[in-house]
Design a protein around this ligand. Sequence first.
Ligand code: H79
Length: 433
Amino acid sequence: MKKTFVLFFVMLCITSAIVAQQPYIPTAENLKNREEFQDMKFGVFIHWGIYSMMADGEWIMNNKNIQFEEYAKLANGFFPTKFDAVKWVSDVKAAGAKYICITSRHHDGFSMFGTKQSDYNIVDATPFGRDVIKELADECHKQGIKLHFYYSLLDWKRADYYPLGRTGKGVGRTETGNWESYHKFMLGQLTELLTNYGEIGAIWFDGQWDQPADFNWRMREIYDHIHSIQPGCLIINNHHLAPAEGEDGQTFEKDLPGQNKSGYSSTATIGQLPLETCETMNNSWGYNITDKNYKSEKDLIHYIVKAAGNNANLLMNVGPRPDGTFPDIAISRYNAMGEWLKTYGETIYGTRGGFIAPHDWGVTTQKGNKLYVHILNLQDEALYLPMQGKRVVTAKMFLDKKPVKFTKAADGIVLQLGILPNETVNVVELVLE
Ligand code: H79
């Protein structure tokens, strides 16, 4: 009897090992969602947690070595009187963004949703007691905005997060961990996130870099678990590496695909999956009261355009204040992006990176037989475009449809632009044969 059981157990282990190594085959719904994800082009990232009260970014617990018992007491004072999911979603829509990615739980380990896996969450541990994620999810579904959940893999509070990892060394945790228990906790939370909040566009992981490269996170089990609940849900992991089996998208932190200005993207080789770039509007993710280093309206609009030209989405962050409102500057910047997109959205939404690779002068996007030439920075009155054998039927300024003269050149054309108008971006629309 005992032998049979052991044999059964061994067989089970072998079977699950084989299953785990099988290639991931996305469902038709998942593939469709990947296309729709790429069509959206622009999303709003929201970093909000009990750290927002400290007004110094989401890493303050680590940066100031705040002991976890003391940090946890912040929850007792969390009461965002002005939180209004309707206003958030309206602001996001006004920005021209099509999806929201919000921190369901960041590295501090505090869950911003009502979870039964731990009482360290917004419903059970704060006087506010409201499940803000639920309110946001309901409003997103109502207003047609897709919802993605940021989910931290590392945890600076839980005793079972083990080994402790590279960060959060000074917050008082002891090496008493139990990976099995932590893994189970994450699966339990992901079940809740994928069951209680309607259709979820993506789970966006972060923090894998906390452990050494050869650490076995058992991510494939997590990915398969997610897809077993919502097969269409995209999995994006900000691990700064090439995509892994089971993932549906690739994000680049503070970099366009292929760049490494942040220093995080040296190993992030571009794969075949839908691409996204995530970026801060000032220099902080979580609310930072002294960080006034906001990117200009022009830079932000250029960023959307560059992302699209690099075949990527832009996920542009806001760190709401502890009272639950977006900083005024963030709202006005988002509005400016939205205004620009009202006019130029056709050249962005639903496009893919153009066949002419990004240049210093700008980028191209394409949809059907149209190629949109986004001129961001051009000193000359003419622009050579390598057409790679494609024939141009017409060329006009996108804004007023005025024809643009062009002449044939070796392997391409030269647009005779003259002096360009003083637009944030000058877009030329080419109709191809
Ligand atoms: O949620 C936001 C940030 O809190 C989180 N990701 C965005 C979206 C983030 N913060 N930092 N990072 C991601 C990258 C971390 C890099 C480092 Fe390190 C952690 C540098 C030093 C500690 C990795 C681990 C490289 C060295 C150790």
